[in-house]
Ligand binder design. Structure first.
Ligand code: DC
Length: 259
């Protein structure tokens, strides 16, 4: 009786370890890379963030990285009109540190520039108006793409931007290309600015900025915004936030189940 009990206990323990190992193995095997690209203010960051939270993946907003470098340029007088002092920027680029940390109070992701929290500043129109020029500079893109590839090398990541499915992770298992008319996107960005207390920027200014950035993002020579051939398109202009989040989650489950 005593022996049987020992065998039973050890068998249960064995079985438990085996199934745990199997679960871990399956989880490991199913970690994927998720690339979400699209136009500015298409709502991709919001969707990407919710998806990452739901599935326990890391989330990286690559637009925030280009914005942080732009803020550095503005703060250091490296931008004059639409001209960037690329000679100086290239020299200091290795010392510009862009990273992310988590707000302990809210759990929100914070963009850090040389160790300083710049999450709010990088969303200002001052930065929005210049970021496309900085994002078009080849050595800036090379440095940030490098960093993004390192951040995602262990998979289990949701990354959003313009070139994630085409350049950063061309082999990503899940690629989504989010699109919506410029007017819809401008209205979203305008509402966000108002909610943050910006009462001076008009809707027309935001629309002009959105259209201008669309043009620059699509026509730049280095990694222009384009849909990867194997990306799935989503026009979310008539979807609620919940519908978008569900659509993305369903897509994730269907892709993972086929891995
Ligand atoms: O997503 P966003 O609006 O915060 O992006 C800011 C700018 O950065 C946008 O004009 C395009 C650029 N960008 C880019 O060129 N490549 C990325 N992967 C992400 C953003």
């Amino acid at each position: 009786m005593f022996n049987i009990k020992i065998i039973t206990t050890s068998s249960i323990f064995h079985f438990f370890c085996l199934s745990l190992w199997k679960d871990l193995f399956i989880m490991e095997k199913k970690l994927i890379t998720i690339a979400i690209d699209g136009f500015s203010s298409s709502g991709k960051s919001t969707m990407a963030k919710v998806l990452a939270k739901n599935i326990g993946y890391a989330y990286i907003d690559t637009g925030a990285m280009y914005r942080a470098v732009t803020l550095y340029c503005l703060n250091n007088n490296l931008i004059d009109g639409d001209t960037v002092n690329t000679e100086t920027l290239e020299k200091v680029m290795p010392s510009i540190e862009v990273s992310f940390s988590v707000d302990p109070a809210t759990g929100a992701s914070l963009t850090m520039l040389n160790g300083e929290n710049v999450e709010h500043e990088i969303r200002d129109m001052r930065v929005s108006n210049k970021v496309s020029i900085v994002a078009a500079i080849p050595f800036v893109r090379r440095a940030l793409v490098n960093l993004q590839q390192k951040m995602g090398e262990s998979k289990g990541i949701v990354m959003d931007g313009r070139d994630i499915g085409t350049v950063v992770f061309p082999k990503a298992e899940m690629k989504v290309y989010v699109d919506a008319p410029a007017e819809t996107r401008a209205q979203r960005r305008f509402d966000e600015l108002r909610a943050k207390g910006d009462t001076s920027t008009t809707y027309e200014e935001v629309l002009e900025n959105v259209k201008h950035r669309d043009h620059l993002d699509q026509t730049r020579e280095e990694s222009p915004l384009r849909k990867a051939e194997d990306a799935i398109s989503l026009d979310n202009s008539k979807m609620t936030r919940d519908e978008q989040n569900q659509w993305l989650l369903d897509l994730y489950h269907s892709i993972v189940s086929q891995q």
